[in-house]
Design a protein around this ligand. Sequence first.
Ligand code: ADP
Ligand code: ADP
Ligand code: ZN
Length: 209
Amino acid sequence: MKLIFLGPPGAGKGTLAVRAVDILKIPHISTGAIFRSAIAAKSPLGLKVKAIIEGGHLVDDQTTIALVKERLAQEDAQNGYILDGFPRTVPQAEALAGFSPVDRVVNFDIPDSAVLERLSGRRVCRNCGTNYHITFNKPKQEKVCDTCGGEVYTRDDDREEAVAKRLEVYREQTAPLIDYYRKKGILIDVDARPLVDEVVANFKKALGV
Ligand code: ADP
Ligand code: ADP
Ligand code: ZN
């Protein structure tokens, strides 16, 4: 199954994706995570996108599309995948339709107030990318990753100014994809407000798995 997870920053896409990987046995592909590891590695891609991402802006379509096209050509993505954070613009959606049309688009339904609470408390492992939350999902030991012992930190783009920009960019450039995919008849709405286990149950029910 080829899936897109669509929703505002902080909706819980990455968190649900980790659970959905176990259920569906397909890889989780997050463009944000790929960009963050490129930044950490100081690769040419990382150097190019660092300031853009930290300011809460979108990386240009050409760069992002090329990256996803290359990733989806790999062996592990041939039987399906979860695309988390891509597409984020109509041109990205159109490019994807040309090289790998998806089966379903999961729309994370959540109000801005909940998103702000999730983003302000989000913490991430610098080493393995595992997500935490200072209220809803704390690491056992403060600032230490349960999975790998890495440093748990606040993403630069989860600071207040960048968050405001990201929500504005989401409304203007990404939210139109909800109607775009609804018109194609492949959109599924999932209530993303409850606790993670309940969101997982909503997701399974909506997808019929
Ligand atoms: P979140 O889920 O919190 O929105 P992501 O990890 O998906 O964050 O993305 C982090 C940042 O990486 C985005 O704010 C944007 O700068 C960049 N990015 C990720 N995916 C894309 C994309 N499809 N197009 C352009 N920029 C992207
Ligand atoms: P996204 O990938 O959509 O940007 P994340 O999965 O990173 O969102 O979740 C954002 C923050 O909210 C993280 O700190 C995560 O631990 C927390 N979170 C995710 N889902 C829930 C939920 N259902 N209830 C409470 N907190 C959640
Ligand atoms: Zn870790």
